[in-house]
Design a protein around this ligand. Structure first.
Ligand code: ADP
Ligand code: MG
Length: 365
C-alpha cells in the first residue's frame, strides 16, 4: 500500500512538443494519499487513461516523477510497482476456468495452493462468482468476464494500489450499482489506495471520498463531492458537476460590482478589489440553479427575468429564464410557487462565484 505522489509530471505523446496543446498531461503536482478512495472524473479525451497508465507504469511520462512512498518508481515495471489495474474491457484468459483466472495473480506470487483456494473463494463471494468458478472464461457473458477481470485486480490485498479505468462500461446498469457498492466494501475492508476513473459524476461521487476533476490534461479541482458542488474552483467543474450545471455568464466590471446587458450585480468590496488586481481576459459570474433565489412576487431589490420554460421533474422543477439576453436555469422545489411570465430573482452572495479566465477568484470571507 502506498501514497502516490506525482511530481512536476507532464506527458506529451509527441516527440517534439511545440506548446502546451501538445501535452496530454499538463505539468501537475498531485498526491493520492495511502488508503484513499479516489475518483478521477472528466470527459472523454481529457487524459484520464494517460494519467492512470503513467501511475501503473504502462506508460513512461515524458517529464517529471512518480513516487510511491517517497521513492521514485519511474523506471519500475508495473509488476515491480505492485499495482493492480482493471481496464474498461475485460482482460481474462479465455481457455482458463474462472477459478484459474482468479488464482493467476496469486500463483504468480508463488502463494501456496491452500491459501490461494481461500483467497479465490473470498473474492468470488464478494463478486457473486462462486457458481461460475468451474466454468471456462470463454463461456461467460461480457458482464461476467468483467467481474472476473475485476476479481483478478482485487484478489491480492498486498498491492500498492488498485487502479480502475472505467471498469463498469460494459456492465448492465442494475449490476453497476451493486458492483460499485462492492468496491466500496472492499476498500473499507482492506484500506487499499484506489483510483477509479470515470466520466460519470454519479459513479464518482458514490465511490470516492475525494474526486479529482480533470479537464484538458489538468486536474482543475481535487475535493469532496460537496466542495465540488458548493465551490467549483474552475468553470468546468461548475458546468460538469450538477444537473443542470452551473449558470455561467460573461460580465464586465461595473461600479460596485459587475454587469451584463442592462443587469447590474453588486459584489463585495473584497471581490471588486480582487477583480481589479487580477489580470484576466474574460470575467464570468457563476451560480448553481439550486442557489438562485426566487421571490414569491415582485421585490424591488431583485432582478426581473422572463420565464421561458418550466420543466416539471416531480419533486422539483427546472425553470428556464431569460435575463438580458442570457439564459439561466433555476431549480425550484415542488412546494414553491411557480412564477408566471416573470420571475423576481437574486443571487445570494454566498453562492455567487466570480471566475477570471475560468478560475475562481477567492477572497477570505
Ligand atoms: P481519456 O482516458 O480521458 O479519454 P486519454 O488519456 O485516452 O483520455 O487521451 C488523452 C489525449 O491523448 C487525447 O487527446 C488522446 O487523443 C491522446 N492520446 C491517447 N493515447 C494516445 C497515443 N497512444 N498516442 C497519441 N495520442 C494519444
Ligand atoms: Mg480513457
Amino acid at each position: 500500500m502506498a501514497e502516490i505522489h506525482l511530481k512536476n509530471l507532464a506527458h506529451s505523446y509527441s516527440a517534439n512538443p511545440a506548446g502546451v496543446d501538445d501535452y496530454a498531461i499538463r505539468e501537475m503536482n498531485h498526491v493520492w494519499e495511502q488508503g484513499g478512495a479516489y475518483a478521477l472524473l472528466g470527459p472523454s479525451g481529457c487524459g484520464k487513461s494517460t494519467l492512470l497508465n503513467i501511475i501503473s507504469g504502462l506508460l513512461s511520462p515524458s517529464e517529471g516523477q512518480v513516487l510511491f512512498d517517497s521513492k521514485v518508481v519511474n523506471d519500475l515495471t508495473p509488476e515491480k510497482r505492485n499495482i493492480a489495474q482493471v481496464f474498461q474491457f475485460p482482460v481474462v484468459y479465455d481457455t482458463m476456468t474462472v477459478f484459474d483466472n482468479l488464482a493467476f495473480p496469486l500463483r504468480n506470487q508463488g502463494m501456496a495452493e491452500a491459501k490461494i483456494a481461500l483467497k479465490v473463494q473470498e473474492i468470488a463471494e464478494v463478486l457473486d462468482l462462486q457458481p461460475l468458478l468451474k466454468k471456462k472464461a470463454s463461456n461467460l457473458t461480457a458482464d461476467e468476464k468483467q467481474k472476473v477481470s475485476m476479481g483478478r485486480g482485487l484478489v491480492r490485498d498486498d498491492v500498492s494500489a488498485i487502479l480502475f479505468d472505467e471498469p463498469l462500461t460494459v456492465i448492465d446498469p442494475h449490476l453497476k450499482w451493486k458492483l460499485r457498492r462492492k468496491l466500496k466494501q472492499i476498500h473499507e475492508q482492506f484500506n487499499i489506495t484506489m483510483v477509479y476513473v470515470t466520466h460519470d459524476q454519479l459513479e464518482a461521487s458514490t465511490f470516492a471520498d475525494k474526486i479529482a476533476v480533470m479537464y484538458g490534461g489538468a486536474i482543475v479541482q481535487f475535493g469532496t463531492p460537496r466542495e465540488l458542488f458548493e465551490r467549483p474552483k474552475h468553470t468546468f467543474v461548475g458546468y460538469f458537476i450538477g444537473s443542470p450545471g452551473m449558470n455561467l455568464i460573461e460580465v464586465q466590471p461595473h461600479a460596485g460590482g459587475v454587469g451584463f446587458g442592462d443587469v447590474y450585480v453588486p459584489l463585495s468590496e473584497a471581490l471588486q478589489q480582487k477583480i481589479a488586481s487580477t489580470p484576466w481576459k474574460t470575467l464570468k459570474i457563476g451560480i448553481r440553479p439550486e442557489f438562485v433565489h426566487v421571490w414569491d412576487g415582485r421585490y424591488d431589490d431583485a432582478l426581473c427575468a422572463e420565464v421561458v420554460y418550466v420543466e416539471d421533474l416531480g419533486t422539483y422543477k427546472i425553470i428556464t429564464l431569460r435575463l438580458a439576453d442570457q439564459t439561466l436555469k433555476v431549480r425550484l422545489q415542488e412546494d414553491k410557487p411557480v412564477p408566471q411570465g416573470q420571475a423576481w430573482i437574486s443571487f445570494p452572495s454566498q453562492w455567487l462565484m466570480v471566475y477570471a479566465d475560468d478560475y475562481l477568484l477567492e477572497v477570505s470571507p
